[in-house]
Ligand binder design. Structure first.
Ligand SMILES: [Zn+2]
Length: 367
């Protein structure tokens, strides 16, 4: 097992310590620079925390019965990615402020009430009622727990390959920031382009949006990509991914949300798969369409692009997991989008020609 340098604080004495870490089947092993084993952290007890430098990772260990808050900073991008794929990394609210603890109590009460409602009405019917009660921090943790599952699904244990050509990343970030300003979301967006030929895009709980390279290549202009992005932001806004996760994750998932611990991987895996393979309801799709149109008219872009994507552009290879499989083309939807945009001026293009070119090349890297 190759080991890399890392910085370790044991959480008991506030002393920074240089260590060597390596990944083993049973956990993350921390060695002194002299090669003595200091401790081993089981993957299930590792949580991501704020403060990583560059492509690295900062993590802590939540050890049952321990109040220590150890901290480990790994700068090596390879080991950081490897660890991210193995551990159920979730953002911890750094041992919980009082406000957060109170919100957890409120949420626990809400969840217990929901469990009672569950007994009466069944899960699908109440998922929509529960979702609005979930604190944004809990949704963010859920998304952070689902993200590695999605990455594994698309790229194996090493994770999926996201596209990082700097000009393309900058063009996308600028568009996302513009839409974010108008979207008034409960949590920040994390939008990435995945190096994958599928004509697809989807949103997870927690503001995670993935756009496949194939969708950008298939699009006839920036308005079509911006339209799909706006639509997916609509799913984030109305927490459709969260509803779907609650619906498919079942009781175990609900209990996981009560305790704010998504380490019980099976429910997360099922919820992630369900999100990829199933469609949202027609009402949810209409809601996301309307939100996307509004975002374009406020933040730049022509809603005709979203309508157009339901025409010829969205048709991917038959049988493939593509956007139109979960978003059936319908004349009715196209017409509804055009009606929403009627008599409202297009303020600005979604992207400049240079930005559009950069976005199209986002997966082309020389290094
Ligand atoms: Zn949708």
């Amino acid at each position: 097992m190759p080991s890399v340098r890392a910085t370790y604080y044991d959480g008991i004495v506030s002393r920074r310590r240089d260590v060597e870490v390596s990944l083993h089947p049973q956990g993350l092993a921390i060695f002194s620079v002299e090669g003595m084993l200091v401790t081993t952290w089981p993957y299930a007890e590792i949580r991501r925390i704020e403060g990583a430098r560059g492509p690295g990772l900062a993590v802590t260990r939540v050890e049952p019965g321990s109040t220590a808050e150890p901290r480990l900073e790994i700068e090596d991008a390879g080991v950081a990615a490897d660890l991210a794929a193995r551990a159920p990394l979730t953002l911890t609210g750094a041992a919980g402020t009082r406000k957060e603890r109170r919100s957890v109590v409120v949420w626990a009460i809400a969840a217990v009430v929901s469990l009672l409602a569950l007994a009466y009405w069944g899960l699908p019917a109440i998922a929509g009622r529960i979702a609005p009660l979930v604190p944004a921090g809990v949704e963010a943790r859920l998304g952070a727990a689902m993200d590695p599952q999605i990455r594994a699904e698309f790229g194996g244990p090493a994770g999926m390959k996201t596209c990082t050509a700097p000009a393309g990343v900058a063009a996308l970030a600028e568009l996302v920031a513009r839409y974010e300003r108008h979207a008034d979301l409960h949590l920040p967006l994390r939008v990435v382009v995945v190096d994958n030929p599928m004509v697809n895009a989807f949103a997870l709980p927690g503001g995670y949006i993935y756009i496949m390279r194939g969708l950008i290549q298939k699009a006839r202009g920036p308005d079509e990509v911006a339209g799909v992005l706006g639509h997916e932001i609509g799913h984030v806004k109305f927490r459709h991914g969260l509803q779907s996760a609650i619906q498919s994750g079942g009781l175990g998932f609900l209990l996981g949300t009560v305790f704010g611990d998504f380490a019980g991987g099976t429910a997360i895996l099922l919820a992630s798969r369900a999100l990829l393979s199933s469609a949202f309801s027609r009402d949810a799709e209409r809601q996301a369409d309307a939100f996307g149109v509004d975002l374009m008219l406020k933040g730049g872009g022509n809603p005709e692009g979203l309508a157009g994507f339901f025409g010829t552009a969205g048709g991917g290879p038959p049988g493939a997991l593509n956007w139109l499989t979960s978003h059936p083309a319908s004349a009715e939807r196209e017409a509804a989008i055009r009606r929403l945009a009627q008599n409202r001026p297009v303020l600005a293009p979604a992207l400049t020609p240079a930005q559009w070119q950069a976005l199209r090349d986002i997966c082309q890297t020389t290094g």
